[in-house]
Design a protein around this ligand. Structure first.
Ligand SMILES: *Cc1c(COP(=O)(O)O)cnc(C)c1O
Length: 216
């Protein structure tokens, strides 16, 4: 059965986004829910947890471009590198990027990555600190089997749109400073701000799939 509401949401998003790539964030959502969005023409999907990601990679259509957007442990890297991962957006340490490069060499692949920047500076959030960024970028550029495409960030948790806008603006400055191609900013609650600040990728979950239930 055709879901007219979902159809409407996707169409509205497409109009708002223009050339910005929409990544549908499907964590906790079933294959059936993902396929509904897939059949509306969306091919980029984002996941946070490796086990969930690889089971979806193995069972859903092979032309899906999978984005890893969650915190990635080094011991899980091999599971996604040997599969068809499109972009790892959450690289935040030398240790992690070394592991990805090592597994990429083993599998004779070049892996596309973004570096996640902890723009909010929250201690409980993942991402490379602004202070460490220069070092991590320079290090990553020297690795043979890593293709550094850009930066990713999650806005600070606040209702204050000015703070969100400032943090996105700062991310855009960093992207320009390092002459990178892609900036992944913007989620369900702040993607409109992200678009005006020059987002190349937005990662939208709740607005497309509804609220997540982690206890299912
Ligand atoms: C869950 C998640 C999203 C999507 O968040 P929504 O608010 O549901 O749109 C985007 N980016 C990251 C890194 C996430 O973990």
């Amino acid at each position: 059965m055709k879901d007219n509401n979902l159809d409407k949401i996707i169409n509205e998003l497409k109009n708002e986004l223009g050339n910005t790539t929409l990544v549908a964030v499907s964590k906790t959502k079933s294959n059936d829910e993902i396929l509904k969005v897939y059949h509306l023409g969306i091919r980029d999907f984002g996941e946070n947890y490796v086990q969930e990601l690889i089971s979806k990679m193995d069972t859903l259509p092979q032309d899906i471009k999978w984005h890893m957007i969650g915190h990635l442990q080094t011991n899980k890297v091999k599971d996604i590198v040997k599969r068809n991962i499109y972009l790892i957006e959450s690289v935040d340490s030398i240790r992690l990027v070394n592991e990805i490069n090592k597994e990429a060499i083993k599998n004779n692949k070049i892996i596309n990555i973004l570096i996640e920047v902890n723009i909010a500076g929250d201690i409980n959030k993942t991402g490379c600190s602004i202070e460490e960024l220069d070092n991590l970028i320079n290090y990553t550029k020297e690795l043979t089997n890593i293709n550094l495409l850009g930066l990713m960030a999650i806005a600070p948790q606040t209702e204050d749109s000015n703070i969100i806008r400032d943090s996105f603006h700062k991310m855009h400055d960093l992207k320009e400073q390092y002459q990178l191609q892609l900036l992944s900013i913007g989620m369900s609650n702040d993607y409109k701000i992200a678009i005006t600040e020059g987002s190349d990728i937005v990662r939208i979950g709740t607005k497309i799939f509804g609220a997540r239930n982690y206890n299912k």
